[in-house]
Each structure stands twice: as structure tokens, then as C-alpha cells.
Write a protein that binds this ligand. Structure first.
Ligand code: FAD
Length: 416
């Protein structure tokens, strides 16, 4: 019998397994894929933004969902401790813009390699191509698991680290939610987060592929804004995407009416100033089409469709644009309203919103409050964060805490 089974060889599971082995437990890691850490390879566009070199307070501000649940996990493995650990495991790191931390090589594969090396050095048993299908209990405690191909593994404790539903080709198809439910746990509604938005308006598709830099995106929410940030976004065949939009989706309500989105193409210039500039430009080019004049304000592919978006005839020349049309164009530069039709599907999302309810999990140990010997880690839990390395840090930190505490649990059980 193994002391501890870790189900899922992603970021959280690998960290959990190596931490438990360091604490003296006999550990076996069960992974359904033919290799470990498949999702890590695609993180950060293949560069793996593994954490963010920020303080605890700053970190928690980037976690819109259940931040306080993470205090103990981040105390167990802070971003700085993770960076030191990665370096010690032979994966030097570098801090880039926004304090995002990457492997110095900028190769995500180096992160998986370092973790796998450490697992081997600690003699963790690794079972690849092994998909866990059920959790076994005896006398109201975890005692093992079954696999899809009919095998049974026994243990004193088990860590579920099967990830969420996003990027299912990497192995995270939501098995953990079913396993959690089957052992009596609640799972909050699941939805994609950090993903693109399909808009009711079709004009973004007419300029698809266009990246808009230094724009402001906001969404009202009661008296204040749900979201109000400047940055970069992308127009696509379905609507909008890119860093600003991904970030916005993690602020959207989980149910009920979706807010309008307001896009400001010129956040640094006041409306009156823009109007004065437009008056000058229109009178300087009386014979030019308004589309050409607008190229001084935005990229060609957007200028081409912008008059129509604002309700202005595109064939009008500078001289033909009256006060009312000019005001419409200036208003459009400051505020284009977009409506959310839907979020892009889960398989395109960076992260799953929702998961195992955190009140059924002890935040100090990651152990289930319902079933002794069962621990949780990673995206499977109802915690998620913004982009910037925070989600992998959550996976590593909850994994480290679950690993140590599960090892302690096993040693206690052994002596009973
Ligand atoms: C395209 C993309 C880019 C991203 N980039 C970043 C980034 O740069 N920085 C960042 O912080 N976050 C990023 N994320 C999010 C980050 O990848 C996740 O937060 C993190 O991988 C979650 O780790 P996890 O261990 O919980 O789950 P996963 O990494 O999904 O690991 C779960 C593992 O469990 C295995 N598994 C599932 N079911 C079973 C079963 N029944 N039996 C056995 N094994 C099973 C899976 O095969 C998988 O290997 C990105 C996500 C995506 C999709």
C-alpha cells in the first residue's frame, strides 16, 4: 500500500507529490496522459508565467474568488519561495514586466522538466496513462482509488489535483468535479473565465485581427465600475479578446444580467480636445473622405468601418460632415458600446470559474471537512485569479500545502 496517492500530474499534483515525498511519505502520482504537466507546456504562450513576484496583499487583490481561502497556502509557498525552489531545482527564473515570473530560458518545458527530475530523485512512483475513475472509502475514510482500466490502488490519503475544464486536450476534462461530488462535496456552477467575448455587435469581425493598444475598457456595475482598465485588446471574428478582455471576464457576474462594455479608443484625450482636433482636421481636408481623415485617429481597418459604427455616412467628405456627424464621431472615439452575447466556450478559456466549494475544505490543510484523508489542490477548487502568473502560483501553493499536510496525515495514521 502507498501512503499517498496524488491524482493528476499537473502543476498542483506534481508539487503536492514532491512536497509529500520530501516530508517522508511514500507517494504515487497517477496521471491519465502519457506525460506529466501537459498544460504547463502551453502556459504563457509556451513560456510559462509561473508566478508573480508580488507581496501577499498584492497577490490577494488579484484573486476575485475566495482570496482568504489562500492565506495558509501562500504562507506555505509564497511566490518568492516558489522562485527559490525552481532555481534550486535547476530552473533559473527571470522577472519581467508586471513582475511576471518566467523560466530564464523562456521555455515552459524547463518547468515540467525540473519538477519531473525532482519527483524522480524523491522516488515518487509515477503511473502514466492511468485515469482514475473512482475513490474508495472504508469506515468513512479514503482508502484507495480505481482506474478506468480496472486497476485498484490502496492508500492512507489521496490528493485530488485533476484541474478544471479549460483546455481539455491537456487532460483536464473535469473528472475531479465528478469524483468530488461522488464523495459528497458540492461543486459551484462552472463557467469559463479569462476568455474571449462574443458580442451582439458584428462590427469587430469586420476588423478581425486588429490589435488595439492603449485603449480603455470599462463595464459599469452599480455605483462604481465592475471593471475599468487600460491596455491592449483584439478584435476577432466573434467579438473581442486579448489581455484586457480576458481580464474583464474574471470580473463578470456569474449569473444574471451581463453589463454593457464601453470601449474608449482615446482614453488620454478629453472629448472637447478631440472635438477641436476633429474640427481642424475636417476643415483642412474638405475633399477627403471621412474614412481617410479617421486614419489619423486609428488603424486603417477600423477607420474603414468607423463612420458606419457611429451612424455617419462613410462616403461623406470633410466638408460634408456637419456638426451632428462630427459629434457622433467624437463620441464614438470616447465610447463605443458593446453588448455581451456569450463568453467563448470552456475549451478556449484559460481558467475555470467555480469548483469544489471551499467551505467544505480546511484552508489550513486542504483536507476535506467531509471525508478524512481526502485532500484537494489546484484549479479544481473554487478559486481563480487574474492573468499574471497568479493561477499557477495558486496551483503550486495549494499543492505544496496539501502535499505536506497529507504526508503528516499518513504518518499519523501509520502510528495509530
Ligand atoms: C492556454 C493557457 C495558458 C495559461 N497560461 C498561464 C500562465 O502563463 N500563468 C498562469 O498562472 N496560469 C496559466 N494558465 C492557467 C494554469 O495552466 C492553470 O491554473 C494550472 O495549470 C492549474 O493546475 P492544476 O494542476 O490544478 O491543473 P492541470 O494543470 O490542468 O493538471 C491536472 C492534471 O490532472 C490530470 N487528470 C485529470 N483527470 C484525471 C484523472 N481522472 N486521472 C488521472 N489524471 C487526471 C490531467 O491530465 C492533468 O495533467 C493557463 C491556462 C491555459 C489553458
Amino acid at each position: 500500500m502507498d501512503d499517498l496517492l496524488v491524482v493528476g500530474g499537473g502543476a498542483s499534483g506534481m508539487m503536492a507529490a514532491l512536497r509529500a515525498a520530501e516530508c517522508g511519505a511514500r507517494v504515487r502520482l497517477l496521471e491519465r496522459n502519457e506525460k506529466l504537466g501537459k498544460k504547463i507546456y502551453i502556459t504563457g504562450k509556451g513560456r510559462c508565467n509561473m508566478t508573480n513576484d508580488c507581496t501577499l496583499e498584492e497577490f490577494l487583490r488579484e484573486v476575485p474568488r475566495n482570496p482568504r481561502f489562500l492565506y495558509s497556502a501562500l504562507a506555505e509557498l509564497s511566490p518568492q519561495a516558489l522562485m527559490e525552489r525552481m532555481e534550486a531545482m535547476g530552473c533559473p527564473v527571470q522577472v519581467q514586466r508586471g513582475r511576471r515570473v518566467f523560466p530564464a530560458s523562456e521555455k515552459a518545458s524547463d518547468v515540467t522538466l525540473a519538477l519531473s527530475r525532482r519527483l524522480r530523485a524523491l522516488h515518487v512512483g509515477i503511473e502514466l496513462n492511468t485515469r482514475v475513475s473512482g475513490i474508495l472509502t472504508e469506515k468513512d475514510r479514503v482508502c484507495g482509488c480505481t482506474t478506468e482500466d480496472g486497476r485498484t490502488f490502496s492508500c492512507r490519503a489521496l490528493i485530488l489535483a485533476t484541474g478544471g475544464l479549460s483546455a481539455p486536450l491537456t487532460g483536464s476534462t473535469g473528472d475531479g468535479y465528478r469524483l468530488a461530488r461522488e464523495t459528497g462535496h458540492e461543486v459551484t456552477p462552472l463557467r469559463p473565465s479569462l476568455t474571449g467575448i462574443c458580442t451582439v455587435e458584428t462590427w469587430p469581425s469586420m476588423a478581425q485581427g486588429l490589435s488595439l493598444k492603449n485603449v480603455r475598457l470599462s463595464a459599469p456595475g452599480g455605483k462604481k465600475f465592475l471593471f475599468d482598465q487600460r491596455g491592449e485588446m483584439l478584435l476577432t471574428h466573434y467579438g473581442i479578446s486579448g489581455p484586457l478582455v480576458l481580464e474583464l471576464t474574471s470580473h463578470l457576474p456569474d449569473s444574471g444580467e451581463m453589463p454593457e462594455i464601453h470601449l474608449c479608443l482615446k482614453p488620454a484625450v478629453e472629448e472637447a480636445e478631440l472635438d477641436a482636433r476633429m474640427v481642424k482636421d475636417l476643415s483642412a481636408s474638405p475633399g477627403r473622405s471621412v474614412q481617410r481623415i479617421l486614419e489619423g485617429y486609428m488603424p486603417h481597418s477600423l477607420a474603414r468601418i468607423f463612420p458606419e459604427i457611429c451612424g455617419v455616412r462613410p462616403e461623406d467628405t470633410g466638408a460634408q460632415i456637419n456638426r451632428e456627424s462630427r459629434k457622433k464621431l467624437v463620441r464614438g472615439l470616447k465610447d463605443l458600446t458593446l453588448h455581451i452575447r456569450s463568453l467563448r466556450p470552456m475549451d478556449e478559456a484559460v481558467i475555470t470559474r467555480g469548483g469544489v466549494v471551499v467551505r467544505q475544505v480546511d484552508p489550513g490543510t486542504m483536507e476535506s471537512r467531509l471525508l478524512p484523508g481526502l485532500f484537494f489542490a489546484g484549479e479544481l477548487l473554487d478559486v481563480d485569479a487574474h492573468t499574471g502568473g497568479y493561477n499557477l502560483q495558486i496551483a503550486f501553493a495549494t499543492g505544496a500545502l496539501a502535499g505536506r499536510r497529507a504526508a503528516e496525515y499518513c504518518l499519523r495514521e501509520e502510528t495509530v
